[in-house]
Ligand binder design. Structure first.
Ligand code: ISE
Length: 337
């Protein structure tokens, strides 16, 4: 095994650029070898100041470049499947930003391709698992410190949405994080999803019903709800309240200094996910690199990507019907047990 990851970052947009910065400044054991973007000038701008990195226009060129031995996929989700299959064929470490793929059939194809390979190569970019407070709540749940976990209440608020953010994306792009978080916290699969559409904000673009209330249950009957509100204006907020038999735990409240000055009191609301989860992304990518250098993966698997895709499929169906929709899952391959 190599002692340094030479990473090709595919996609130099918002998330890709953020990962390129972190890989080239804060992460140990990895370097950016190539940046791929259909807009070559964006790839060129992203490699500025990174010695030895090349800008390329296609994922194929990067995967066939002898200097590349790992890949970080940060393109829009609909492009993931093809790149994942090609990277699996090369048998190199892969960090794939969420979602694994945008639909359950293609996600299952990826699981089957990795199963055929016989070992795990894909880590999916669900960064919340690496947030210090998420990890602490996870430990409280798994250690039964406060008795059994009974309910989870999630708030997921974004200031605004980028152009082209559809109604389905409230589920597929945003609530997908809570699907993973709930599975991570409980260690169980989600069995059903219901979506309630109530009074909507005037600030949502045409076609989007915002906010939405998503209700879920897990295998042992833990109930969870998510307020997804993606045009909340005030800033970025992701928080959870967990109800246990012997206590209530809150995570994800405002952070940072609380100041009283010049007739005002308070602090600043986090502007976006890069700031809110910056530290978690660092831990996530370092965990991927450390594990990849040992020939392993260091976080959520392709199965987690597939299972959340199945929840998204149920969620989008539930958005349309208003009914409680069962999550349909294939049998989990042994590779992921
Ligand atoms: C975005 O893609 C993310 O992953 C953010 O974490 C989430 O808060 C946002 O809703 C998504 O659109």
């Amino acid at each position: 095994m190599t002692d340094i990851l030479r990473v090709a970052v595919i996609g130099a947009g918002r998330m890709g650029a953020d990962h390129i910065k972190r890989l080239s400044t804060r992460i140990h054991g990895a370097e950016v070898a190539a940046v791929v973007d259909v807009d070559l000038s964006r790839a060129q701008a992203a490699i500025e100041g990174i010695p030895g990195a090349v800008a390329l226009a296609s994922a194929d060129e990067a995967l066939n470049n002898g200097d590349v031995n790992a890949v970080l996929i940060a393109t829009p989700g609909f492009l993931h499947e093809e790149i994942l299959l090609k990277a699996l064929a090369k048998d190199i470490p892969i960090l794939c930003e969420k979602p694994l793929t945008p639909d359950v059939e293609s996600a299952w194809k990826i699981v089957q391709a990795e199963e055929k390979l016989g070992h795990k190569r894909i880590q999916v970019g669900f960064m919340r698992r690496f947030d210090a407070e998420y990890a602490a709540l996870g430990q409280l749940i798994h250690g039964h410190d406060l008795g059994e976990l009974l309910m989870l209440h999630h708030q997921h608020r974004n200031p605004t949405t980028p152009p082209g953010f559809t109604n389905e994306m409230l589920i597929n792009d945003s609530v997908v994080h809570e699907f993973d978080a709930i599975r991570f916290f409980t260690g169980e699969e989600i069995t059903s999803v219901q979506v309630r559409l109530g009074k909507a904000t005037r600030n949502a673009p045409a076609g989007q019903h915002d906010p939405q209330h998503v209700l879920l249950e897990t295998e042992t009957g833990v109930l969870a709800d998510v307020e997804i509100f993606v045009n909340a204006k005030f800033g970025y907020e992701v928080a959870t309240q967990a109800s246990f038999e012997d206590g209530i735990v809150n995570i994800g409240g405002d952070k940072g200094p609380y100041t009283r000055s010049a007739g005002h009191w308070g602090g600043n609301v986090t502007p976006g996910f890069e700031e809110r989860f910056g530290a978690a992304y660092d831990v996530e990518i370092q965990s991927w690199v450390d594990a990849a250098l040992r020939g392993e993966i260091g976080g959520p698997t392709a199965w987690d990507g597939y299972a959340t895709a199945a929840c998204c499929e149920a969620g989008v169906e539930a958005q349309k019907s208003g009914e409680k929709v069962k999550v349909r899952l294939n049998i989990k391959p042994d590779l992921y047990n």
